[in-house]
Design a protein around this ligand. Structure first.
Ligand SMILES: *Cc1c(COP(=O)(O)O)cnc(C)c1O
Length: 628
């Protein structure tokens, strides 16, 4: 960590997790590389922000990079195509994007556009998602796969959509759903395209371990499966059953889990085929992970494979199993969401202020001060690298004693303030020794010494998985990276919730409880970015403290080192978030105006103040929910 030859930003491990998308230039700025055009110069992210600021788009913002999305879609389709070529696989690959992973129109429209040359389709897990899918013109042989619990309405729409050329597959999740489908088909008289969801018993490791395998809430066991086959055969619909579906869970860390699950899925496929089911499609669901930490290991926020390896593993495993059973190679379908969309969005915010956990100088003891204050100050005379822990313990003991005295009224506010400042100065000296004498400070101690950097975003709105499931995203300052960071901080968001903080960070040598940052510059903003937030974060977010959607900007990286602004979506105004919680903004204005008028009537307010007060209220209600 203290390698003098290392570049100042080596501590962040950007070369590990940056994936040739995120790099640092000589000016110490985070830059975006264009994966579609690797020889194009990388574009400075602070430069992009400055330009957007000039155009009137402010932070916090979600920045979507269209080129990244296009690149991932090409990559998954070409990786499968290459594997198919290399293995001599006799089937095709037909991927579908699961809409739930990012339902935003700007994202779905682009996925459909970029996916068209590959006949890439969509996966819908609910009625609204099917409605979205059916509003897109897909390639002739692209699929729409319908998963999830389906009522008659859902099933009818799915079946009827076949009449205008959609390849909509209804995946049966249970024997009861088979009954409903049989009924609807009778009513409509249209042939459906059906699938069955099987429950694999292999458990995967990682975050979704508990919801995989036997206890998975979705899919049918062998007993239910047989019952569905019998129902379909009796209804004369077995010939409509074309697809077998299974889904492992998300962010599968170990590629060997993928292999095991795929072979199990193939066993079902073989058995069903031998039962006389005319299956043509093997859908292996989602689960391909993202290497958030860049560790390349089978751990929670990493994966031990690349996209290419994943695709090769799937194709090889299916080919082997089908050849063994003497069965036609099926069309392979996957529903990868996270791996396709995560890298394409980043959350950018500014640091508003810092609560520093140290003080440059210690105040002198004054007449009448308690002797414990002198004892505390005396520590500054014997503090040294050798006695660091002892000094820390002493300082904490004296400070706690002094707090107790303050609570009981034995020392006054100014005396307590002197004590706190002396304590913080001792912390500054401890940090100095730790940094310059190369003293090992534990992660836990580091966490207790860290500053608090107050940032302009809501964890609950913009990074819900960080709060809910300890998801890690790379998170770094966007500028000054050619200077060694001189402070360590935890980040606190703008909500009034003590849970609204980030205290786990990806660094070059592992996960840390604080992030290296710079002393905040006085004359310019200090931006930070959370990367790879394109999957799941956008719609799981909530309105905690009524912080709404941030501004969203979609850009495309140009070959000449510039960028094009493709789309801007202004963040929620206060008036919008009020209406989400059923307040009528007009009523709010009227109620406030009545109180102002009453105050004028009673003489408490002058008539000319009315304009100022109403103006202030109106400005707020029409403004952005974040710090401006
Ligand atoms: C959520 C989900 C997916 C997407 O999973 P990823 O891990 O994001 O690839 C795919 N299929 C089904 C059925 C899902 O529920």
């Amino acid at each position: 960590m203290n390698n003098p030859h290392a570049v100042p930003h080596a501590i962040y491990g950007i070369d590990k997790w940056g994936k040739d998308l995120i790099v640092v230039n000589d000016e110490g700025e985070i830059c975006l590389k264009n994966p579609l055009n690797p020889s194009a110069p990388a574009i400075s992210l602070p430069g992009i922000l400055e330009d957007l600021e000039d155009r009137g788009v402010a932070v916090p913002m979600l920045l979507r990079v269209s080129s990244y999305l296009e690149s991932e879609i090409r990559h998954i389709n070409e990786s499968f195509a290459d594997a198919i070529d290399r293995v001599g696989y006799r089937g095709k690959f037909r991927g579908v994007f699961p809409i739930k992973v990012n339902q935003q129109a700007q994202v779905i429209d682009r996925i459909v556009e970029f996916g068209a040359p590959y006949s890439y389709g969509l996966e819908a897990g609910s009625k609204p998602e099917l409605v979205i899918a059916l509003a897109h013109r897909l390639a002739k042989d692209a699929l729409i796969v319908c998963n999830g619990v389906k009522d008659e309405e859902f099933i009818s729409l799915a079946i009827l959509s076949r009449k205008i050329g959609f390849n909509t597959v209804i995946v049966l999740e249970s024997p009861k759903e088979a009954d409903t489908v049989i009924e609807v088909v009778k009513k409509l008289g249209v042939e459906p395209m059906l699938g069955v969801r099987v429950k694999l018993t292999n458990q995967i490791t990682g975050k979704w371990e508990k919801s995989s395998g036997d206890r998975s809430t979705f899919g049918m066991n062998t007993d239910q499966l047989v019952s569905v086959l019998d129902k379909l055969r009796d209804a004369g619909l077995l010939h409509c059953l074309k697809l077998q579906h299974s889904h492992l869970g998300s962010q599968v860390p170990d590629v060997n889990d993928v292999r095991r699950a795929v072979s199990e899925a193939c066993r079902y496929y073989t058995e069903l085929t031998q039962e006389g089911v005319p299956l043509t499609h093997l859908d292996l669901g989602g689960g391909m992970g993202v290497d958030y930490t860049g560790e390349k290991s089978a751990t929670e926020n990493s994966i031990n494979y690349t996209m290419r390896e994943y695709c090769a593993n799937v194709v090889e495993t299916v080919a082997y199993a089908m050849d063994g059973a003497g069965i036609e190679h099926p069309t392979i379908v996957t529903e990868s969401g996270r791996a396709v969309v995560a890298t394409s969005s980043m959350l950018i915010f500014n640091v508003l202020e810092a609560t520093l956990y140290d003080a440059p100088t210690a105040p002198a003891v004054e007449e009448g001060d308690h002797h414990l204050i002198s004892d505390l100050l005396a520590i500054t005379e014997y503090i040294s690298a050798e006695r660091l822990q002892e000094c820390w313990n002493d300082a904490t003991f004296y400070r706690n004693e002094l707090r107790a005295l303050f609570h009981r009224g034995y020392i006054n506010l100014r005396q307590m303030a002197r004590a706190e400042r002396i304590y913080l100065h001792i912390m500054a000296r401890i940090k100095h020794h730790a940094a310059f004498d190369d003293i090992k400070v534990s992660e836990e101690q580091m966490a207790r010494l860290a500053d608090i950097y107050h940032c302009n975003f809501s964890l609950f709105q913009s990074l819900p998985d960080v709060w809910a499931i300890d998801q890690l995203h790379p998170l770094v300052p966007l500028q000054m990276l050619n200077e060694a960071p001189d402070r360590r901080a935890v980040l606190s968001d703008i909500t009034c919730d003590s849970d609204g903080k980030i205290d786990r960070f990806i660094l070059a040598d592992g996960v840390s409880s604080s992030v290296p940052v710079h002393t905040l510059p006085e004359d310019k903003p200090y931006y930070m970015g959370a990367f790879f937030v394109g999957a799941y974060q956008e719609t799981l977010g909530d309105l905690h403290n009524l912080f709404g959607d941030t501004n969203v900007v979609t850009i495309d990286l140009r070959a000449d080192g510039g960028f094009d602004l493709l789309h801007e979506q202004e963040g929620d105004t206060i008036s919008e978030v009020l209406s989400y919680v059923e307040f009528d903004p007009q009523d709010c204005v009227a109620a406030f105006r009545r109180m102002v008028d009453e105050a004028i009537s009673s003489g408490a307010l002058k008539s000319k103040d009315r304009k100022v007060l109403m103006g202030a209220y109106r400005d707020s209600i029409n403004g952005y929910t974040y710090y401006e």
